[in-house]
Design a binder for this molecule. Structure first.
Ligand code: GLY
Length: 255
């Protein structure tokens, strides 16, 4: 949330979803002014009969549950937006590339070039869960929602099979039900790496040459704790935390 790059109107709008080992799910989309949208998504799962709350309704629900409204647009993210406004070029395929060339410092001085965090967990009892949260594609249209808060696209957990999550150009992930596809491929016997790779290949198959301009990455873990990731382009890394410690891995890529 804080320091996430805003939409083309200068608004930071947030998306998040969460899913537990029973298939319970909660999501918020197009939520403004709340620092940690994933906490609101969790409350949607735990306290409402619904799965998704959007926009003003999601904000109202957050405020009713004690969350505070905050300004999430930092001076650094405001500057990045104002720099972008000079040309106002909006192309979801090239923006990730631009951001890779010029990393943006957030309000805490940390550098980053994308804002999505997907997290998968396998607990000591062997149960899987996951969460995904983002401020979405930088300089998107006001109201745009990507893959991250959509169960089956940005995140999917099936406790009998595995868990998967994604990052990158959300439009591409939504159109192939990305994380669900990874899990269904694992159900058919593919390893997490093979399943993530085959799902990336589906985007390449659909988009052809255009896929060379896109970045999408998946990570997945199975019930035994086997994990992997795969991306369209080089440069996608993921971190794994186990009882032995943490390690950052470079995912393999198609291109
Ligand atoms: N994958 C994040 C988004 O497209 O919003």
């Amino acid at each position: 949330g804080y320091g996430g790059l805003p939409d083309r109107d200068g608004k930071v709008t947030l998306d998040a979803c969460i899913m537990d080992e029973f298939g319970n799910s909660g999501a918020v989309m197009f939520l403004e002014k709340i620092m940690h949208p994933i906490k609101v998504a969790r409350l949607v799962m735990e306290k409402t009969p619904h799965v998704q709350l959007v926009g003003e309704g999601a904000l109202k629900f957050a405020l009713q549950n004690g969350f505070k409204q905050e300004n999430l647009l930092t001076p650094a993210s405001e500057k990045a937006w104002k720099d972008w406004l000079k040309n106002s070029k909006y192309d979801p395929m090239t923006i990730p590339k631009l951001l890779q060339q010029k990393t943006v410092k957030d309000g805490r001085g940390q550098e980053h070039n994308h804002d999505t965090i997907g997290m998968l967990a396998l607990d000591a009892a062997g149960n899987l869960s996951g969460a995904c949260t983002t401020s979405g594609m930088a300089f998107k249209m006001h109201g745009r929602v990507g893959d991250s808060p959509i169960i089956g696209a940005g995140l999917f957990v099936d406790n009998e099979v595995g868990a998967a999550t994604s990052t990158g150009v959300g439009e591409e992930v939504v159109c192939i039900c990305g994380s669900h596809t990874v899990i269904e491929l694992m159900r058919q016997g593919l390893s997490p790496e093979e399943a993530c790779k085959k799902t990336c290949e589906r985007i390449v198959h659909k988009r052809g040459e255009k896929a060379k301009e896109l970045q999408v990455g998946f990570i997945a873990v199975d019930r035994s704790g086997n994990f992997s990731g795969y991306a369209l382009q080089k440069g996608f890394t993921y971190a794994v935390q186990t009882a032995e410690g943490s390690k950052v891995y470079d995912a393999k890529s198609i291109f």
